[in-house]
Design a protein around this ligand. Structure first.
Ligand code: ACO
Length: 444
């Protein structure tokens, strides 16, 4: 491209560029789209038709893949809004199920609207009894995320009456089933891994309470859920509920764009979330803190993170979108102090280590220059550990929360009349045309 200028009066961008192929320079006018908030967006849908060129953007660093009304992030200012409401207000004043309703329906519910939704989630929380057999096919030492990918995908084999994505009623039932059953599936994955009997959900318990009950109770003794732990979990679920077009949500949208059923799409989202660069980071943060072990070793790990020849990264630091403090990390940092205090873990050595690491990193020119701030995963692992949740379940809980965002985004996509199958193009740098030769003619 040789030049670019924005013609704001006409809401058109005028691009002039010289393609590598013969034909000289080309010019094209592209519409500029303006959202409610956020940067302008160049509409390049006609670019290929008009110029024969594609755009190149690995990792989608400058590409809006869809139009959405659900979540807004300003990464420079550290702002996160769900349907317009700041995450800080939702985390402080709302509940996870209310946020789920908000994300899916677009508005906070009235009491009358919320009751049937709450009731529907409660009544869908049990799993088809035959699904219990499915678990025994996994090795005992299977990672719970591996089990989640398998079992959530397998829901499509059990709930045939909610697979028709063109039917709004079936879409709604599938959505309620997914939100309701995720905690049950997750708790069963944990119980299976430790060899304890599965516990059925309890209809009188709230969403977070029920999950804790299914994870920690046994048939042999009464179990009372600690309200401090349940409240903390509910807040963590709110903080992880949605985050616009992140990797796993984009995966869900891409899988769904072919018309795949919602259970298969959620399994795809879980698979993507598992990666350590995404949802797997909270488990990785705790492992890293344990590996560092003592604050005297922090400089060694900071130096490793800065070394281009070392693949080590400071887990829980950096974000594709946030170039400022992740607002979810700010809420979690505060919650972390409160919860650890309430649970009597004021002097948690990992929290002390995390605080020191954060302080040193935030003063280091490398992290300042690259705008690497703690992200949501930096503190969640420490709270989870204080709550007695094993590290292999951290990403699973993230998946339980994010299911709501995946569903809201999937529903929005299906209901969008301009929705098409997602089909990116490529910059091909492989061989030119060549012809098959038999073994005898191939050079060694
Ligand atoms: N430690 C050290 N250096 C880092 C880190 C880190 N955690 N994160 C980014 N950098 C450096 C990179 O080496 C790169 O340096 P360079 O410009 O010299 O090449 C620069 O900062 C930009 O990093 P990218 O990887 O290009 O940024 P990207 O937006 O692609 O990646 C990501 C964002 C994946 C989150 C990255 O910061 C990372 O790997 N962080 C650690 C893992 C983590 O905490 N993930 C959770 C993200 S939040 C979530 O998914 C809920």
């Amino acid at each position: 491209m040789t030049s670019r200028f924005l013609d704001e009066d006409h809401e058109l961008a005028h691009l002039e560029f010289t393609p590598g192929q013969p034909g000289g320079s080309q010019a094209v006018n592209l519409p500029i789209l303006q959202g409610t908030l956020g940067p302008s967006v160049l509409d390049i849908r006609q670019l290929y038709n008009e110029t024969g060129c594609f755009t190149y953007d690995p990792g989608y660093t400058s590409t809006a893949s869809c139009e959405s009304k659900i979540t807004f992030i300003d990464g420079e200012k550290g702002i996160l809004l769900h349907r317009g409401y700041p995450i800080e207000e939702l985390a402080e004043k709302s509940t996870f199920l209310e946020v789920a309703y908000l994300l899916m329906e677009g508005e906070l519910p009235t009491h009358k609207e919320f009751q049937p939704f709450d009731q529907s989630i409660t009544l869908h929380s049990m799993l088809h009894e035959q699904l219990r057999n499915f678990y025994s096919g996994f090795r005992r030492d299977a990672h719970p995320m591996a089990i989640m990918v398998g079992v959530v995908g397998a829901l499509s084999a059990f709930y045939h009456d909610s697979l028709d994505i063109r039917d709004p009623q079936q879409r709604m039932i599938a959505s309620h089933r997914l939100i309701a059953k995720m905690p049950t599936i997750a708790a069963m994955a944990y119980k299976y891994s430790i060899g304890q009997p599965f516990m059925y959900p309890q209809n009188h318990l709230g969403y977070a309470e029920n999950f804790l009950y299914m994870m920690f109770s046994t048939p042999t003794a009464p179990y009372v859920v600690n309200p401090i732990v349940a409240n903390a979990l509910d807040k963590i679920l709110i903080l992880h509920a949605d985050h616009e077009q992140n990797a796993s949500t984009s995966t869900v949208r891409l899988a769904g764009s072919s018309g795949a059923n919602p259970f298969a799409c959620m399994a795809a989202g879980i698979a993507c979330l598992w990666g350590p660069a995404h949802g797997g980071a909270n488990e990785a943060v705790l492992n890293m803190l344990k590996e560092i072990g003592h604050k005297d070793r922090i400089p060694e790990f900071i130096n490793r993170a800065k070394d281009k020849d070392d693949s080590f990264r400071l887990m829980g630091f950096g974000h594709r979108v946030y170039k400022h403090y992740d607002p979810r990390a700010s809420v979690l940092r505060k919650a972390c102090y409160e919860v650890l205090g309430e649970l009597g873990h004021q002097r948690d050595p990992l929290l002390d280590l995390a605080k020191e690491l954060e302080k040193i990193a935030l003063e280091d020119p490398y992290f300042i220059e690259k705008k690497l701030y703690p992200n949501v995963d930096f503190y969640s692992g420490i709270i989870f550990q204080a709550m007695g949740i094993p590290s292999s379940m951290f990403t699973v809980i993230f998946a339980v929360a994010r299911t709501v965002g995946w569903i809201a985004q999937w529903m929005e996509m299906i209901e969008d009349p301009s929705q098409k199958i997602g089909r990116p193009r490529q910059l091909y740098t492989g061989h030119n045309l060549r012809h098959y030769s038999p073994f005898s003619e191939r050079k060694p």
